[in-house]
Design a protein around this ligand. Structure first.
Ligand code: GDP
Length: 363
């Protein structure tokens, strides 16, 4: 499954946040088949639609979609030249599908900052620079080969385009920009150089670790958002998240409400992370469970069926589908059928977010 790597300088609150992420006992119990490794946190993507479906179908439990977060320890200035845990660090990032940087904005004289003082923009710059340097190294190594390929096959359009994309990428990186932020503007066709597995191509999410009294400071949040736009910014207090993870659901809701928030920072992170990975869900419901299944945007009905079981995809006949909104409006599957809201879709159907589905298949 797709994963998001958590990175950040030392002492910014990564471990605190990650511990909160892995405290998800309820989820772990519901996904016994998921291999949960010590550096992986599985987080449920909050989806109120599932509770409503559980109500309609009398489902015994609710299973949300999940996102995997991977704790990637050890970035320091100089990581790209192999200092400290540099190489291992870069290899771990290469395996992630998106990158989440935790940035310290909280003030605590008892917790030292590696660079002396609290300066979010500098911390963002530090990590950005390491990733850009690593990508430039990758390109420098690859370019002679790409040039040779392009020269040898003057008529091979793909080889020419790959070389062109690599050169354009080098220019963007030389200007100090990562490719996630700068590819479009720099005219870089990143699909062409996908084989290079460049780090800065990966989608970025920024988590600002704030003091809880700073969380309500709209001006501060706007300023920090601007630092990272167009990437998404999430604001949380890692210490509070760790506390929330220890509480029962109703107690956690109470604590959040007392702080004027409707959702924990981790829940927001899961939601934004899920969308950033280009994923969406479809829903199934019955007496056993109401469940969200993860698919890529643009997945067809047989591909969606394959997420439940490969046999479902192989033996796919059709999908009986009602949109969530139509189902809720009708109040039951029966009423939705009577109202003509339930459709039969074939193998070319492209799934829409919120489709409630039952697959028909041969075994
Ligand atoms: P890491 O090195 O990035 O993994 O950072 P840690 O999670 O180990 O946190 C470093 C120190 O900062 C620990 O003493 C934490 O208790 C403290 N810390 C983490 N998050 C917060 C926060 O939101 N507010 C305050 N005041 N301290 C925090």
């Amino acid at each position: 499954s797709l994963s998001i790597g958590i990175v950040g300088l030392p002492n910014v609150g990564k471990s605190t946040l990650f511990n909160a992420l892995t405290k998800n006992d309820a989820l772990a119990a519901n996904y016994p088949f998921a291999t949960i490794e010590p550096n992986v946190g599985v987080v449920g993507v909050p989806d109120p639609r599932l509770d409503k479906l559980a109500e309609i179908f009398g489902s015994a439990k609710v299973l949300p979609a999940t996102v995997d977060f991977v704790d990637i320890a050890g970035i320091v200035r100089g990581a790209s030249v192999g200092e400290g845990l540099g190489n291992q660090f870069l290899a771990n990032i290469r395996e992630s599908d998106a990158i989440c940087q935790v940035i310290r904005a909280f003030n605590d004289p008892d917790v030292t900052h590696v660079d002396g003082d609290i300066e979010p923009s500098r911390d963002i710059e530090t990590i950005n620079t390491e990733l850009i340097l690593a990508d430039l190294q990758t390109l420098e190594k690859a370019l002679p080969r790409l040039e040779k390929d392009a020269k040898r096959n003057a008529k091979d359009k793909a080889a020419q385009e790959t070389l062109e994309a690599a050169r354009a990428a080098q220019q963007v990186l030389d200007s100090g920009k990562g490719l996630y932020a700068g590819a479009a503007e720099g005219g870089v066709d990143t699909e062409r150089i996908r084989e290079l597995n460049l780090l800065t191509v990966k989608p970025f999410i920024y988590v600002f670790n704030l003091d809880s009294d700073e969380l309500a400071d709209e001006a501060l949040r706007a300023k920090l958002s601007e630092l990272v736009a167009p990437a998404e910014a999430i604001f949380l207090d890692a210490k509070i998240e760790a506390e929330l993870a220890e509480l029962e659901d109703d107690e956690a809701a109470e604590l959040l409400e007392s702080m004027g928030q409707s959702e924990s920072g981790l829940a927001q992170l899961a939601r934004v992370g899920f969308a950033t990975l280009g994923l969406q869900t479809y829903l199934t419901a019955g007496p056993k469970e109401a469940r969200a299944w993860t698919i890529r945007k643009g997945a067809t009905a047989p591909e969606a069926a394959g997420v439940i079981h490969t046999d479902f995809q192989r033996g796919f006949i059709k999908a009986e589908i009602v949109s969530y909104d139509d189902l809720v409006e009708a109040g039951s599957m029966q009423a939705a059928r009577a109202a003509g809201k339930v459709r039969m879709e074939g193998k070319d159907y492209v799934m829409a977010d919120g489709d409630v589905v039952e697959f028909r298949f041969n075994v």
